[in-house]
Design a protein around this ligand. Structure first.
Ligand SMILES: [Fe+2]
Length: 299
């Protein structure tokens, strides 16, 4: 089944914030954990959801990040300011990246662009800044929440710092964008997401497929269960090969000029076809990285 996160009715997994930028909350008998925390401007929304989900006075113990993109960790500095005891975990590269002023500036711009989509947000200081990791997570780490374990998988390819989280007791996988993202109003398409390495991306999809998750909680909008969860992996691999070939075609037509290939591809694939629902600036950032990767010979 494909379930819109707005309609998710799951005893173990709750959605904090907005279904397009979900923070997934799971609680064991001892501790509670949230995975990702989208845009910085949505900070107050996550905080409110956490109160509703966990109940008054119950703390969130951990916030684990799937990767270093503005729409996955944007509210982390805000949440840490509000909950100083929060243990933030992720790949160690995240900390380094968040220490760069240019990164903070760009993330702030990308968050601000989305402000008109969320009218009536509570006013608060949601500014981004450096982020210290309390847990530098590594492949193979296991965090016990009490009757519910979180297994950590390094999942490079989308970014070098991508991590996926798997909960064996409920067979639930939280891949971030490491295996692609369902696309379109019906979630039937796959947005291909290799930004740091095509080969790593393909290897990650194959490795996470081995877990045979019964449920996959996608980074945006959707949860897939049963057969749809199973089928997502081969479908995503197939779309990856197609997308790589498409970029190669545009690069060839542009005589190897990556800038021109991006321009034409954005016009034809995004503007004219109009079937990509990703915000245009974010689409362009990703496309530039993907075209540059293929142009540099990382196939
Ligand atoms: Fe991402």
């Amino acid at each position: 089944m494909k379930i819109l996160l707005n309609d998710l009715d799951d005893p173990k997994v709750k959605v904090a914030g907005n279904f397009m930028y979900p923070g997934f909350v799971l609680a064991g008998t001892d501790r509670a954990l949230m995975i990702d925390c989208g845009l910085n401007i949505l900070g107050p929304l996550y905080l409110k959801s956490l109160g509703d989900i966990l109940g008054p006075g119950k703390p969130l113990d951990y916030l684990f990040l799937t990767h270093s993109h503005y729409d996955h960790l944007g509210a982390a500095p805000y949440l840490k300011r509000k909950m100083p005891s929060l243990g933030i975990g992720g790949h160690e590269k995240i900390e380094h990246l968040m220490g760069r002023e240019s990164v903070i500036r760009r993330m702030t711009e990308l968050g601000d662009i989305q402000r008109p989509l969320f009218p009536g947000l509570e006013e608060d200081d949601t500014s981004l800044g450096p982020l210290t990791l309390d847990l530098k997570l590594r492949d193979g780490d296991v965090i016990d929440l009490g009757g519910l374990r979180c297994e950590v998988y390094a999942a490079p390819g989308h970014t070098a710092d991508s991590m996926a989280y798997f909960f064996p007791e409920v067979s639930a996988l939280f891949p971030g964008e490491a295996i692609g993202v369902p696309e379109g109003l019906d979630g039937v398409g796959v947005q291909v997401e290799f930004l740091s390495s095509v080969e790593d991306y393909i290897a990650t999809i194959k490795r996470l497929e081995e877990l045979k998750p019964k449920r996959i909680y996608m980074a945006h909008a959707w949860a897939f269960t049963g057969e749809d969860a199973r089928n997502f992996f081969p479908h995503s691999l197939e779309e990856t090969e197609k997308y790589r070939a498409l970029i190669e075609k545009y690069l060839e037509e542009a005589g190897g000029d990556a800038g021109r290939a991006v321009e034409t591809m954005a016009r034809v694939e995004y503007d004219e076809k109009g079937t990509i629902f990703q915000e245009r600036n974010a689409y362009l950032v990703n496309l530039r990285a993907q075209v540059a990767l293929i142009a540099s010979g990382n196939k």
